[in-house]
Design a protein around this ligand. Structure first.
Ligand code: NCD
Length: 308
């Protein structure tokens, strides 16, 4: 069903396809418990990271290696011929001729789409500017589904930089494929969702409620998705100074939380979640990051046609 497909946006997928990815991710977890498999033996993944990454790049690499495949690529464009002035199209053409599947991250929106137009191999968007980060959303949704066995009917709160955070925005897009009860969007005024995102979410019938106060909604939440302020994306550094440190999850705030609330965060965390919270039953962000491996194993296997 997914063989040969590109992954550019979570909205390229239907709900039943996402649910299929969840089921296959469960199978991949079983493989991980046993050690590894040779499902993708002989296959090569190319990673082209023009922006910093820890989890996305390393979990894709782990996923490929756990399935018996191998990895080429770069994470520091200054060590590739891009530093000599080579254009992205030529770089992609080369990767396409060396590898069977490509993951690309770039600060500009649309670069993954351009890569997909050039390459014959499947292209996975590992994050393009402030827009899409579809595999992160799949991991986020999978983590919720894994815990609650559903996404429908839950109250989900997304906190933080909803203006520039591609993980947060992609997650909202992903939620439109399901039927959550309410989606609370909590942010300082300066970091509210962009109008085009608001228009889209409303057009899908997603039940959103925007507020600046976490206290107002926290006690109703099943999922609290916290995000980092995307300092590097602010056109004006004085705007960043105005919102820096404006929200922080600590034990005190959580005293009103539901018993089975889960806290997610795409990571990296700066100061938005106190380290003490890591030791509470609510902390799910490290489990979420670990889920990056089975979900990406599922995606590589499906896109390369090793499983249906
Ligand atoms: C996110 C990203 O790069 O968009 N990180 C990730 O992939 N886990 C979130 C972020 O950088 O804040």
């Amino acid at each position: 069903m997914l063989k040969g497909r590109d992954i550019l946006s979570i909205l390229d997928f239907k709900r039943n396809e996402i649910e299929h990815i969840f089921e296959v991710s469960n199978e991949m977890k079983k493989i991980l418990e046993k050690g590894k498999s040779n499902l993708l033996e002989g296959k090569i993944l190319a990673t082209a990271f023009f922006e910093p990454s820890t989890r996305t790049k390393l979990s894709f690499e782990t996923a490929m290696q756990r399935l018996g495949g191998s990895v080429i690529g770069f994470s520091e464009p200054s060590t590739s011929s891009i530093a000599k002035g080579e254009n992205i199209s030529d770089t992609i053409r080369m990767l396409d001729s060396y590898a069977d599947i490509i993951v690309i991250r770039h600060r500009l929106e649309g670069v993954a789409k351009l890569a997909a137009e050039i390459a014959n191999s499947p292209v996975i968007n590992g994050g393009d500017g402030t827009h899409n980060h579809p595999t992160q959303s799949m991991i986020d949704l999978y983590t919720i589904w894994d815990k609650f066995e559903k996404i429908d009917g839950l109250n989900v709160c997304i906190l933080g930089d909803l203006k520039y955070g591609r993980a947060a925005i992609s997650f909202m897009y992903g939620l439109t494929l399901f039927d959550p009860k309410k989606v609370f969007l909590v942010s300082p005024q300066l970091l509210k969702i962009r109008q085009e995102v608001r228009d889209f979410l409303k057009s899908t019938g997603l039940n959103i409620y925007e507020t600046e106060s976490l206290e107002e909604v926290l006690s109703d939440c099943d999922v609290l998705y916290v995000t980092r302020i995307q300092k590097e994306r602010f056109p004006d550094p004085t705007e960043y100074e105005k919102v820096k440190g404006s929200y922080r999850i600590n034990i005190e705030i959580l005293k009103n939380a539901k018993d089975d609330l889960i806290i997610l965060h795409p990571l990296p965390r700066i100061d938005e979640i106190d380290m003490n919270v890591d030791y509470t039953k609510y902390a799910y962000y490290f489990k979420q990051a670990a889920n990056g491996v089975p979900v990406r194993m599922a995606l590589l296997s499906l896109l390369l046609g090793a499983i249906e």
